[in-house]
Every structure is written in C-alpha cells, then in structure tokens.
Write a protein that binds this ligand. Sequence first.
Ligand SMILES: Cc1cc2nc3c(=O)[nH]c(=O)nc-3n(C[C@H](O)[C@H](O)[C@H](O)COP(=O)(O)O)c2cc1C
Length: 202
Amino acid sequence: MGKVTWKAGTFEYPIPAVMVSLGTMEESNIITVAWTGIICTNPAKVYISIRPERYSYNIIKNTGEFVINLTTRKLAYATDWCGVRSGAKFDKFKEMKLTKEKANFVKCPMIKESPVSIECRVCKIEKLGSHHMFIADVLAINADERYINEKGAFDISKCDLIAYANGGYYPLDKKIGKFGFSVEKKKNKRKSSKRNMDKRKQ
Ligand SMILES: Cc1cc2nc3c(=O)[nH]c(=O)nc-3n(C[C@H](O)[C@H](O)[C@H](O)COP(=O)(O)O)c2cc1C
C-alpha cells in the first residue's frame, strides 16, 4: 500500500497544545493554542498563531505579553475547555479552578497548576492569513520545583505532559531514547565488538 496525497493543509503532528495566559492579574484570560513552537535557540524565541477574531487576540496585541503554560494529563480537561469557550463570556481561571500566580517580567498571570510557565514578550506580528503569528522573546522560564532533582536538573518525564495530534490529546508515555542515542549505541557496539576481538586475541 502506498501513500494517499491530500491537498495542502496542516498535518504536522504531534505538537503541544498549550494554555496561553494573558491580560493582567485582575483581568486575565486563557486561550488554548496548538499552533505554537520554538523558533530560535539564541536568543530564545517562540511563536503562537492566533485568529484575529479570537477574544484574546486584541488583548495580546495591545499588551504585547503572554505566558505559555505547558499542559499535563491532569490539565487536559481545562486545556480543552479553554479552547472551546470564550473569555468574553467566562472567567476561565474561575470556571476551571485554576490558580493565578504572579509572573516575574510580565503582567499576565501564570497558571500555578502547570509544571512550566514561559514568560513571553511579543517582538513581531506576522499577518499570515487565517492566523496571525505572534513572535516573542522568552523572558523567563518558571519551572515547578517538584520536578527538579537534587542535582538541579528538571525531570520532564515526571510532569505527565500531553501532546496534541490530529484533533486528539495523547499522553507522552515512556521515553524511548535520548538526544544522540543513535550514535551512542553504535559507538558502544563498536567498542564492545573491539573488546570481544581483543578478548579473543588474548
Ligand atoms: C486543542 C486546541 C488548539 C487550539 N489552537 C488554536 C490556535 O493555535 N490558534 C487559535 O487562534 N485558536 C486555537 N484554538 C481555539 C481557541 O482556543 C478557542 O477559539 C478559544 O475559545 C478562544 O478563546 P477566547 O475567545 O477566550 O480568546 C484551539 C482550540 C483547541 C481546543
């Protein structure tokens, strides 16, 4: 069986579905965004793409700030709800029983229940079409201490993060390798076969 060819569309999965908090501590909102990602390491830059008709759009445009909150299995319900209900009608923090936490650099609240909250300041808006892309500088990353081990490393496997793919939310399940494991394996293989050969020579 071969591949079926479809017309152009969006099918790059999995991606994160994040909860973007915006506004101020007093007047805040949350919008769920899947069109998001890292676009530069240094300086650290990310993007979120939002339809101009969203209630959140003008708030982000006017304040130039937002917080990206990573989502977990526990937050899946709230993630979905904040993506199908509008802040024009609901106080999403209140409805989803989420806790506002003061950020360090931006006026928007962070979501306490999220393991990682990324403070962002908009540096450019690209009007792409259906969605406008807010390109932003990362000002700070706030990580829940619960997941930081005694060596100071953040153990992301403990957060129970979720991914979004083709309309569904999925758990990340088990780690199946680490960055560079493909070459490490080969190195070890070569080393061990050399060791075996050396043994045979002895
Ligand atoms: C999983 C998921 C991903 C979404 N991704 C986006 C997105 O990338 N951009 C966008 O404009 N809307 C996206 N939405 C829709 C908005 O979250 C939704 O319209 C929301 O109700 C807007 O909130 P607001 O009216 O308070 O601004 C997504 C919704 C869900 C459930």
